[in-house]
Write a protein that binds this ligand. Structure first.
Ligand SMILES: [Zn+2]
Length: 541
């Protein structure tokens, strides 16, 4: 895929080079033409190989097939010019550039000489700094400073052009053109600067999570990635803030921040995992007072009772459960999430990890046990496609549990593997192989209707070496399966396995049992002429 093959570095360098090669004021017509062609969807079938872009561009009824050399832009070509740059190969470049950054940014930069551009940036930053300074002064005890911050974010945000571009491009622009004007404060900066940055990132996150997710495909995947990456930025800003000592005034400012944090719970449900992660980080690291948390929990429960659809309830359920956990009320935390398997699984695993990390072993054990008890019920309420994910999650939770308790109970692990069948098939197979439980291993393969051919040869060999008689039923099952298919190729397979089976009986010195078996088989299949012929030809009867 084109996106995967483009190097951000090469693209950025090429952009710099063509801006020098084609100063905007002398080439504005061509650049505008190229931009127009790209924006109106006249560029398509774009590929890249060895840093050469190729594609098709239709322009006034003609279709051109320009090439654009990323490392030697000037020697690009097109049928309209033969060699050199034209609107078509520039349009091709813009198409590719869009995969790494918003084309609008590039055009703006192109129009404005570098020095001016830098000034604009600096002015923008200066403005924000002034705002901060101003509000430090304004910081009256009634604390309207946060509202003032959000008003200024709102104003700056409205200046970003977001019309006529895709959802994914909007997100990229919000992060690159809007958020990047805020400078991340260094560790030495005071509390207020860090709080300001946390709010700027919360504002940005809120805007991102208000943009609907495309139903499927590459753009949707990129959208999820933007939100997920930005969630990490917000969380990091919160962690940085948490390290700063706070005064009473700061505490008041934090308290004033609560409504803004609540606000993010109203984002699109598609991003609920990232939304909850940000919300929870805030409550875990910054709002540590028990009175705040009690109040928040009451609020979240009220909201969830007020919400009419399950979709609207979910974020509040997650929030109320998490805060209950922070308050030490595990019973309530559990009751809230239990009916919603996706929410429940992720949170219970989290709660277990946090408890163990805090050396609260008993609490962690209880969370693991809640998961374990519900393993079967959750498994079947998940979508088919998510069940193997659940198996991996639960088994890795078990490993964390046994690591933390130092208590490795094979029986318990195996019980879990059994409960999760058939979705735990491969994990169970591996377990039995490692434990050298050959009989059970064969039984599991038989249970899953496996044929000899799909069993890894080293499994088969290990079992045969331990006890050859164990593999006999597997061969019988395999042979029957092939015969049932009633076609020549399958019969040939059956005969191949019959020979192998005979060899096993001979090695076990049970030729009489083999003879009885093959005689009966010949009798049962006497109407399958093709099979009978193969039996005779193979001298099996
Ligand atoms: Zn051309």
């Amino acid at each position: 895929m084109l996106q995967m093959m483009l190097s951000q570095e090469v693209m950025a360098k090429t952009a710099q080079r063509i801006m020098k090669l084609l100063p905007y004021k002398d080439n504005s017509d061509m650049i505008k033409r190229a931009w127009h062609l790209y924006r109106t969807g006249h560029v398509y079938n774009v590929t890249i190989e060895n840093n050469v872009l190729k594609g098709k561009v239709t322009d006034r009824g003609h279709t051109y097939e320009p090439t654009f050399r990323l490392k030697q832009a000037a020697s690009s070509s097109c049928a309209c010019t033969a060699v050199g740059l034209c609107p078509h190969n520039i349009a091709l470049f813009l198409y590719a550039y869009n995969q790494i950054d918003a084309v609008g940014n590039l055009i703006r930069q192109w129009k404005e000489p570098t020095t001016k551009q830098k000034h604009v940036r600096r002015d923008e930053k200066q403005k924000h700094i002034q705002v901060t300074e101003q509000h430090k002064k304004d910081a009256a005890p009634n604390g309207n400073i946060i509202d003032a911050w959000w008003n200024s974010f709102e104003k700056a945000y409205r200046r970003i052009p977001l019309d006529y571009i895709t959802e994914e491009e909007q997100m990229r622009r919000i992060v690159h053109s809007f958020f990047q004007t805020f400078e991340r404060p260094t560790a030495k900066k005071p509390f207020l600067d860090h709080l300001y940055y946390v709010h700027a990132s919360l504002f940005t996150f809120m805007e991102l999570t208000r943009i609907p997710l495309q139903p499927w495909g590459y753009s949707a995947m990129m959208q999820e990635r933007h939100v997920n990456q930005f969630a990490q930025t917000v969380q990091q800003a919160m962690k940085d803030l948490a390290k700063k000592p706070r005064s009473n005034m700061h505490e008041q400012l934090l308290y004033d921040s609560i409504p803004y944090v609540r606000n993010i719970l109203l984002g699109k449900i598609d991003y609920v995992d990232d939304i909850l992660a940000v919300y929870e980080e805030m409550w875990n690291t910054l709002f540590t007072k028990a009175t705040y948390r009690e109040e928040e929990c009451t609020w979240a429960i009220e909201q969830l009772n007020k919400s009419e659809t399950l979709e609207r309830k979910i974020p509040f359920i997650g929030a109320a459960s998490y805060i209950s956990f922070l308050l030490g009320n595990d019973e309530r935390a559990y009751k809230l999430i239990h009916p919603f398997p996706y929410l429940a699984i992720e949170h219970m695993v989290d709660f277990m990890h946090i408890s163990f990390a805090q050396k609260n072993i008993q609490r962690g054990v209880e969370w693991f046990e809640r998961l374990e008890q519900n393993a079967n019920a959750y498994l079947y309420t998940l979508h088919q496609g998510d069940r193997e994910w659940f198996v991996r999650t639960l088994l890795s939770a078990y490993h964390r549990y046994s690591g933390a308790t130092g208590d490795e109970q094979h029986g318990r692990y195996e019980q879990l593997l059994q409960t999760l069948l058939p979705y735990s098939f491969y994990e169970y197979i591996d377990y039995l192989f490692d434990e050298q439980q050959w009989k059970k291993l064969i039984e599991l393969y038989m249970f899953e209707q496996a044929t000899v051919d799909i069993i890894p040869p080293f499994h088969l060999k290990a079992i045969e070496q331990a006890d050859r008689s164990l593999v006999l039923p597997l061969y019988h099952q395999t042979i029957m399966k092939y015969i049932e298919q009633k076609n020549r190729t399958a019969y040939e397979q059956a005969v191949k396995h019959l020979r192998k089976l005979r060899a096993h009986y001979r090695a076990l010195k049970q030729t009489h049992r083999w003879e009885a078996y093959v005689e009966k088989l010949a009798e049962q299949t006497k109407r399958l002429r093709a099979f009978q012929q193969l039996l005779q030809r193979g001298k099996l009867i």
